[in-house]
Write a protein that binds this ligand. Structure first.
Ligand SMILES: Nc1nc2c(ncn2[C@@H]2O[C@H](COP(=O)(O)OP(=O)(O)OP(=O)(O)O)[C@@H](O)[C@H]2O)c(=O)[nH]1
Ligand SMILES: [Mg+2]
Length: 301
């Protein structure tokens, strides 16, 4: 009986911004799916990543970082998206950074405790620890904050600890058939993923220069026999931001497009023709309606 047991369930990756939730997902999947950067609040929507292996299927939900800023409509939307993703999962992973635990980590833990999901604590970035002996007291402190299922130190960068994490996760999922075909990576549409890969370049290149992150919509996504033809719009708030993104003689925009196109070709495994345009729309990060219009167009399938 036991050797044929198959398990399947949803696992939310939750934590404050920048702890490495999306990096962890990509490393677990063995494929870059969710965008990452050194800037906080890179992930904006719940992203589903599916890992099928011997013994079952792990359906991960990467979530926006939970934070304590509610000044912008966008900030409120990110917290709502993270909390919504927690409500319906079989298991949650609280991702924290070794050896840091601050008010936003506490906020994320509280959201998980409120949702009554069983929680595994993952302590990421152990590769950065200069003194490994700092880890044990940190684990003890963490264990006192919540009755975690278990605590697993890992590094998304080096993959240290990830085999154990996967085993701990799978063992706690409900017995049942797989939800998705074994070769399916995500339920996100290719349009959505294309927009994300453009946004990744913007966050990485201009995260420090633009006062707030920009958004991207896909105007055209055509799957031709030999390539994908993609036209995308980058929305910014001011003409000065548009000028930064275009750069001298369009060089900056060209570099952004080239990098995004390369990432798309890797993910879609097909040649991509990409056209990027920039439009100015004032005040969208503060305006709930504009935000809905802009972010719903490229939602998942
Ligand atoms: N050294 C080290 N860096 C890591 C590790 N995991 C992630 N990072 C880095 O941490 C930064 C944030 O990673 P993300 O995966 O984007 O973090 P996130 O938690 O998804 O962030 P938000 O989407 O903003 O909530 C990036 O610069 C990563 O390269 C790790 O194990 N070790
Ligand atoms: Mg993320």
């Amino acid at each position: 009986m036991t050797e044929h047991t198959n398990r399947c369930g949803a696992i939310a990756l939750v934590g404050r911004p920048n702890v490495g939730k999306s990096s962890l997902l990509n490393r677990l999947l063995g494929q870059k799916l969710s965008i990452t950067s050194h800037k906080a609040q890179t992930t904006r929507d719940a992203i589903v990543g599916i890992k099928t292996r011997d013994g079952g299927q792990l359906v991960f939900v990467d979530t926006p970082g939970i934070h304590d800023r509610s000044d912008h409509a966008l900030n409120r939307k990110l917290n709502r998206a993270a909390r919504a993703a927690i409500t319906d999962v079989d298991l949650a992973v609280l991702v924290v950074e070794a050896v840091k635990f601050g008010p936003e980590d506490a906020l994320a833990l509280r959201a998980l405790a409120d949702a009554h999901a069983p929680v595994i604590a993952v302590i990421n970035k152990i590769d950065l620890l200069d003194h490994k002996e700092k880890l044990l007291p940190f684990l003890h402190g963490l264990a006192e904050r919540h009755s975690f299922q278990c605590l697993v130190p890992v590094s998304a960068r080096t993959a240290d600890g990830l085999d154990r994490l996967e085993q701990e996760l799978l063992a706690r999922l409900p017995v049942g058939d797989n939800w998705f075909p074994e070769d399916q990576l995500t339920d996100c549409s290719s349009r959505f993923l294309a927009a994300e890969l453009i946004r990744e370049q913007l966050v990485r290149r201009y995260g420090d220069e633009l006062p707030y992150q920009t958004t991207v919509t896909i105007e055209r996504f055509q799957e031709e026999p030999s390539r994908y033809r993609i036209n995308a719009l980058i929305w910014v708030e001011r003409d000065s931001q548009k000028a930064i993104l275009i750069g001298h003689r369009g060089e900056a925009l060209k570099a952004t497009a080239t990098a995004a196109r390369a990432a798309m070709q890797r993910l879609f495994d097909t040649p991509v023709h990409l056209e990027l345009w920039i439009k100015v729309r004032k005040g969208w990060t503060r305006d709930e309606t504009a935000l809905r219009d802009l972010t719903s167009a490229d939602a998942r399938l």
